[in-house]
Design a protein. Structure first.
Lengths: 328, 368
């Protein structure tokens, strides 16, 4: 029998457990980032790990995102499996050139001689009344970069299973963590839980309309689906892996429902909604009963927190979108 | 409270073999005849590789090429100091390092002919492919050093970059990390005076580039970069220190880019040719040749014979590379993208392959 955690855990605790498990089961796994060691990370995601695995495997680094990722590349070249933490996704841009120019390309340009088995973790997204630069949702940059895999979990189980899968994956994975729901959902998780990268999840089955979301938008869309359940049977898909996208789950759902809405907090233009919408046009055109709708953040800057709730898709915006699509 | 001096720093300059071929025998490295001859041959190989590549680029048989004419001493001298277990992390003007490390000229030609196949270096050579974005490779070298330290391996890592790269953030971040983690990194700055059209004096107001190491808590040294004996000796000492756990060092090699930045560049727009002429008199190969003739390692006139042999060898190697180019298929865009190939890329691969079957692939290269 697989052991389950004695108590229910939050997403951030599940991440901590996955890091611990990943480091326990493979001595090549190392962790590096700002404040990840002694302090255990600003969100406590790596709490207790330096005490357990030592400061050689859990490295507090100087404040330099490009160096954290750049040195992780060197470590991967040498045969380690680094997990690099970007304290907030809003500061990962300093590392973006290392990610785009080297992390994503090394395997291909060295013809497989130097794979990049690494995970870059970063909390992302709005809704916590955070300081400026701490609330953006820029997953599209990474999804648009061939060679990377991009994961955003929305539950403790998925966070645990997918982070472990990411650590064990031979390719580089951008693991974005929805900090708004870091501590709001609790589940008991099995230590042996395995989740495959690249598979979406039907979070709620239905037949009238497919609601597609991920990360911190999942509680929003699930609540909206529940709100309208007397009128409509809504199928909710949690993408979980944004790259590579699970075309199969998306297609089979929309072929059944004929209607789709994509919800994300990232800006609308060239967000995941644009990609999924185009995909459904190409592959499910004759099944569609209404245009694919996008309910997203706006093509504006993510506003400072006084206005963030106007920006982030809300339950009422999703309910309204469901009504419009159902009555098209 | 009076003001007081809290730091005093100095930067050494090293030169062993001067322009006339005179050697400082107190500093002269102990190299065997065969080592000296190999170094000379590698210098000639590097120069001939440059020449052949430039010719092929002009004939439309090769893509953009960045020659390293005049920088042979830094390339060959540092590579000669490296052990096979050490790592070499190049920028993009380290042809001589790569050839010295055992990368086949045919592989290397292939890179400039526009195929990633030219980056397929066997891992056992501990030599990374070229890094085109300036300074980014410095961090990889530091990371290799961090990993080697974790694994308790006694290896050193030589990382190469130019004077322009010292303005990049990654240079400073890499130097800082190397200082903090005391990594076995030898930072090799090929100060060739020009970053495309920007002269060294406009790159930084620091009197030397070597002194930048002092800010990160380790030694920086300036060396005559056209003096292969000084290059070898300084690099060997720094590598030994790195291997024995004494931390990183920065070596600034003063050299000169006698040629163009790349084949897309025209230096007559920004550079006084008189400057070039002055540096030609300090040519690293001519200088080493005088030394070797005086030491009777080679005979007068032997250089021409060696060049002829090398030239024939490179001709064959470049033809091998051209033959490989003819057999590339679009499949190769996809094959190495991931270790685990994702299902959703398969239709795109089929799309590309169908294109290959329906129409002949354009085998040319762009002129840059």
């Amino acid at each position: 029998m697989a052991e389950t955690t004695p108590n229910k855990v939050t997403i951030v605790q599940a991440i901590n457990l996955a890091l611990k498990k990943g480091m326990q089961s493979d001595p090549e796994v190392v962790l590096l980032g700002q404040d990840v060691g002694k302090s255990g990370g600003v969100f406590r995601a790596s709490e207790g790990l330096q005490e357990r695995f030592g400061s050689e495997r859990v490295m507090d680094t100087p404040l330099a995102e490009s160096a954290i990722v750049g040195c992780a590349i060197g470590m991967a070249i040498y045969g380690l499996k680094p997990i690099a933490e970007m304290q907030f996704s809003g500061f990962a841009y300093q590392a973006f050139h290392q990610i785009e120019e080297h992390v994503s390309r090394y395997h291909n340009r060295s013809r497989g001689e130097y794979p990049m088995p690494m995970v870059i973790r970063m909390p992302y997204g709005g809704g916590i009344r955070a300081f400026e630069h701490h609330s953006e949702s820029r997953e599209s940059y990474y999804v648009h970069t061939p060679g990377l895999k991009v994961i955003i979990p929305s539950t403790p189980s998925d966070a645990y299973g997918l982070l472990l899968a990411a650590i064990r994956d031979p390719d580089p994975v951008i693991f974005m963590e929805p900090k708004k729901i870091y501590r709001s959902i609790k589940e008991a998780i099995s230590e042996d839980l395995k989740i495959e990268i690249g598979k979406a999840k039907i979070a709620r089955p239905g037949i009238d309309l497919t609601l597609i979301a991920y990360g911190a938008m999942m509680p929003v869309v699930l609540e909206a689906a529940e709100k309208v359940e007397k009128e409509y049977s809504i199928e909710v898909i949690d993408l979980r892996t944004l790259s590579p996208l699970d075309h199969e789950t998306l297609m089979s759902s929309v072929q059944k429902t004929g209607r789709a809405i994509v919800v994300h907090e990232a800006p609308r233009t060239l967000g995941l909604g644009a990609e999924i919408s185009a995909l459904l046009m190409e592959k499910a055109f004759l099944h569609l009963k209404a245009p694919v709708k996008r309910i997203t953040g706006y093509d504006t800057q993510m506003p400072y927190f006084q206005l963030e709730n106007y920006y982030l898709p809300s339950v009422s915006r999703v309910v309204q979108g469901i009504e419009e699509t159902m009555n098209y | 409270m009076p003001e007081k001096i809290v730091g005093n720093f100095s930067v050494k300059h090293l030169s062993i073999l001067d322009e006339t071929g005179r050697v400082d025998t107190t500093l002269e490295p102990k190299l065997s005849t065969s080592q000296l001859k190999k170094m000379f041959e590698n210098m000639l190989l590097m120069r001939e590789f440059d020449q052949r590549s430039l010719n092929m680029q002009r004939q439309g048989r090769m893509g953009t090429y960045a020659p390293a004419l005049g920088q042979e001493a830094v390339n060959i001298g540092t590579a000669a100091a490296l052990e096979p277990t050490d790592w070499a992390v190049p920028s993009f003007r380290e042809h001589g390092v790569m050839l010295s490390r055992g990368i086949k000229p045919s592989t290397f030609f292939l890179f400039f002919m526009g195929s990633e196949e030219g980056n397929r270096y066997p891992r056992k050579l501990h030599t990374l492919p070229f890094a085109v974005p300036c300074a980014s490779q410095i961090l990889h070298a530091v990371g290799i050093g961090m990993a080697a330290k974790i694994k308790k391996d006694k290896v050193a890592i030589a990382v190469y970059f130019g004077d322009g790269a010292t303005s990049e953030g990654d240079f400073h971040e890499g130097m800082n990390f190397a200082g903090v983690y005391q990594t076995p990194t030898v930072f090799i700055c090929q100060n060739n005076e020009w970053a495309i059209s920007t002269p060294r004096k406009d790159q930084t107001k620091s009197a030397t580039l070597a002194q930048k190491a002092l800010a990160y808590g380790f030694e920086g040294m300036q060396v005559d970069g056209n003096d292969i004996l000084g290059v070898y000796q300084s690099c060997k000492t720094a590598l030994e220190k790195a291997r024995s756990g004494q931390g990183p060092q920065l070596l600034e090699y003063l050299t000169y880019r006698l040629g163009i930045h790349t084949t897309a560049d025209d230096p007559t727009r920004y550079r006084d040719e008189k400057e070039c002429e002055a540096w030609k008199k300090r040519d690293p190969i001519d200088r080493f040749e005088k030394y070797l003739v005086a030491k009777k390692v080679i005979q007068p006139g032997e250089r021409q014979e060696l060049v002829k042999q090398i030239s024939e060898y490179l001709k064959k190697e470049s033809e091998k590379a051209e033959a490989i180019c003819q057999n590339l298929t679009p499949d190769e865009m996809f094959t190495y993208m991931y270790e685990n190939f994702p299902e959703i890329l398969k239709p795109q691969r089929e799309e590309a392959l169908a294109q290959n079957n329906n129409s002949p692939v354009i085998k040319g290269v762009s002129h840059g």
